[in-house]
Design a protein. Structure first.
Length: 766
């Protein structure tokens, strides 16, 4: 009897070893309604439960090396707890010789999970450990148990079935030299001359725990045993000269293929056995060096700006890997400015690849035609948009959540307001959640790295906006919490000099008392910006009203926690609050001439010259146009207007509407803002006469504006002639008629009630 028991124990030992040496199929888990692969078998953690499961399984259940137990469990995370939903068991019918699947839902599993079943659910209270769930493509796979890693993974720590913490990882593989394919290069570089004692011997290294840097350099690894054959010597000394020489050799080769797995860099395989022996027929390293031709260039990488507007910017990449096709064991790195220089290239064409962790690689065909190529070669590595849109954030993913009944939004939440936003009534009232959000620190910067640009986050949220509009109308928009991409305009604002001017002007309204006294003011603000983009110090120069001075200083103080894109260093901002009694200050950065009906300051910028650009061969009337300022920023984008004789805008300019027919002339200012329509005259805007030109409103009524774009006489007339001698002929009636004999090309205005006005819109005698 004792022998039989030992036999059973030994049998189970062999079975467990065999199972461990085979890749196992995963269970399925639903997290926030989304399917993930569960790389674990939670049921196996309870020995009593596992024993009941073995008795529960039908005798004819299927077994395979990938699924010895013959079942697949489906789990879900709900209310921060783990629950089994159902179990699918494959069974084999000998009569029909076919497989089929039995599905057991929660009620059918009541007996199996009797100690845990309650209120129609089965909380996994027996489980206290980590679970690993993944989705996407395989990044790393070993044909043993659940030794694999997928592109997206969540490591969930549970205690008695309740979630304690969740860590999310985005794993990837960075291309490079494979260690198992580099044997010849290792043999070539190994210093055999230092070890004459081992001439003719094969050195077999048992390697474990390989560590590498993000740019593909080998950091360290452990050599458990060095086998020397046929001598039969085994060395377990980690400091043996052979081991040190082997490490030096591997460290001289880069960039290695590396894996980024759950927050750490490593190589594949993690453990391996590598043998080397001296060969005399391998070409020397010098064979790769050919001629003296070189190329110089710069590598840029895209990244998401970590402050508003969270757009995509390009910066020089430090430590970017470069490789040339045909030179497999050579690599180059960019310096601190993103610059690289590659020497010893043959004259002709070569395929250059630039890589950087987390960005798409860039392949460029370079023609080497001179002694040294200039540094005009610029390579840009883009963000992994395909991956982001497939697994992280896209309208498609948003629609999938909506279709599953789980609409959710992307938003920014200040850390100190986390509880307030989380308990906001909006979420329960409209059935919307936020599965992921971006915490904002008190200094205005993210507490985590944001790798998804604003445009994708906004596009994701807009699908939810459409869903809510269709279901509830527009009223829900008045109840949303702040920080939602696509609704909170502060998330779209570029904090540059224009932002500083507008914000300061908007928050610091000039005192009404001084306006009534017809007194103006020149506000000079001296400020300093540190390297991180924060305004550290600010002072007011010159004399200003005391109450106004205090309000300005309060606003400047509030900027201390506002990260900006202002250039580091000291600068001065000059704002003139100009009333009619004041001369125009030529050196003012901004002139505020009054306040609009919505209580916003009317700004007039200096040095805000806009220049027209078009993709067409010539800049002529009717072609699509955009306007850029002197820094190259697009102020008026393509597709909004067409060209109308104004190639440079200083103050105001004129453009056509982007319409195929009956396009009207529009007057815009140097900020790209539409001011009003302009009367067309001789295929262009109306001429300025006596300082005024004719304008129109949406209904086609005419008025007058001055050359600065200020409306002097509000549009109200059916027709008006230009000013002449201080008077203009106008009418409130009539209609347009065709001049006889002009074939419809010339028109005039016919009215029986003509009157004359002066510049103050007062009726005067003819």
């Amino acid at each position: 009897m004792r022998i039989k028991r030992y036999s059973i124990v030994i049998l189970f030992l062999f079975v467990s070893l065999y199972i461990k040496a085979t890749g196992q199929s995963c269970d399925v888990i639903y997290i926030n309604g989304e399917q993930w692969w569960l790389m674990a078998r939670p049921i196996d953690k309870d020995s009593a439960l596992y024993t009941r499961l073995r008795d529960f399984l039908p005798e004819n259940h299927c077994m395979s090396t990938a699924n010895w137990d013959g079942y697949t469990a489906f789990w879900k995370i709900e209310d921060s707890c783990l629950y089994p939903q159902r179990m699918e068991i494959c069974v084999y019918d000998k009569a029909s010789r076919k497989d089929s699947t039995l599905i057991y839902h929660t009620d059918a599993l009541k007996t199996l999970f009797a100690p845990y079943y309650e209120n129609g659910r089965i909380p996994a209270r027996w489980f206290s450990s980590e679970l690993r769930a993944g989705k996407g493509d395989l990044v790393h796979y070993v044909h043993s148990g659940f030794d694999r890693n997928m592109e997206a993974e969540q490591v969930i720590l549970l205690r008695q079935g309740r979630i304690q913490s969740v860590r999310t990882y985005h794993n990837f593989k960075q291309p490079g030299i494979k260690i198992l394919e580099s044997q010849d290069e290792i043999i070539r570089r190994f210093p055999w001359h230092r070890f004459p004692k081992y001439k003719g011997q094969r050195l077999i290294f048992s390697i474990r725990n390989i560590q590498c840097t993000p740019d593909g350099h080998l950091l360290d690894f452990d050599v458990r045993t060095l086998f020397i054959r046929p001598k039969g010597e085994n060395i377990e000394d980690r400091n043996h000269p052979l081991v040190k020489a082997f490490k030096e050799t591997l460290k001289s080769i880069y960039p290695w293929e590396r894996l980024f797995i759950n927050g750490k860099y490593t190589m594949e395989p993690l453990n391996c056995v590598l043998g080397i022996w001296e060969k005399n027929d391998l070409p020397s390293k010098a064979d790769n060096d050919t001629t003296g031709y070189s190329i110089i260039g710069k590598v840029y990488g895209e990244e998401v700006r970590q402050i508003p507007p969270y757009d995509v910017i390009k910066r020089p990449l430090t430590g970017s890997n470069l490789r040339v096709e045909g030179l497999p064991f050579q690599g180059w790195l960019t310096d601190s400015t993103g610059t690289f220089r590659i020497k010893h290239l043959k004259k002709g064409q070569c395929l250059l690849r630039a890589e950087f962790i987390g960005l798409n690689p860039c392949d460029t065909l370079v023609t080497v035609s001179g002694t040294t190529c200039t540094d005009t070669l610029q390579l840009v590595l883009t963000l992994p948009y395909d991956y982001i849109e497939e697994y992280v954030c896209s309208p498609k993913l948003s629609r999938e959540y909506i279709n599953k009944g789980h609409p959710n939004l992307k938003l920014v939440i200040p850390i100190e307001q986390d509880k307030k936003v989380r308990e906001h009534i909006f979420w329960k009232k409209y059935g919307v959640k936020y599965y992921s959000y971006y915490p904002l620190k008190e200094n205005g910067k993210m507490d985590c790295y944001l790798n998804t640009p604003n445009r994708l986050l906004t596009a994701y949220n807009r699908e939810v906006f459409r869903y809510l509009d269709k279901k509830y109308g527009k009223t829900w928009r008045e109840e949303v919490p702040p920080g939602i991409f696509g609704l909170d305009k502060s998330l779209d604002e570029l904090r540059d000099e224009s932002w500083l001017i507008k914000t300061l002007s908007r928050r610091c309204k000039y005192p009404i008392v001084w306006q009534k006294k017809n007194k103006g003011c020149v506000l000079r603000v001296a400020y300093e910006v540190n390297q991180d983009g924060y305004i550290t110090t600010a002072t007011i120069l010159g004399k200003t009203p005391r109450s106004f001075r205090k309000s300005v200083l309060d606003v400047l103080q509030s900027f201390r926690n506002e990260p900006t894109v202002l250039c580091p260093g000291k600068d001065t901002l000059c704002i003139q609050y100009r009333l009619d009694t004041m001369p125009l200050l030529p050196k003012a950065d901004v002139v505020i001439t009054g306040y609009s009906t919505c209580d916003q300051p009317v700004l007039m910028r200096y040095d805000a010259t806009l220049i027209a650009h078009t993709p067409e061969p010539r800049l002529e009337a009717g072609v699509p146009v955009c306007y850029l300022n002197e820094r190259g920023d697009t102020i008026v984008p393509y597709g909004r207007y067409k060209f109308c004789q104004t190639d440079t805008i200083k103050g105001i300019g004129f453009v056509y509407e982007d319409k195929p027919r009956d396009a009207r002339i529009v007057c815009i200012n140097d900020a790209g803002k539409k001011l009003f329509y302009v009367v067309e005259c001789d295929n262009g805007p109306d001429y300025v006469k006596e300082g005024l030109f004719r304008i129109m409103d949406e209904k086609g009524l005419m008025g007058f504006a001055d050359s600065s774009g200020h409306i002097i006489i509000t549009p109200q007339f059916k027709f008006a002639y230009p000013f002449e001698g201080g008077k203009a002929k106008v009418t409130f009636t009539g209609k347009q008629k065709v001049v006889s004999g002009s074939d419809g090309e010339k028109h005039y205005w016919d009215s029986e009630e003509w009157r004359y006005i002066n510049r103050r819109c007062k009726f005067v005698q003819p």
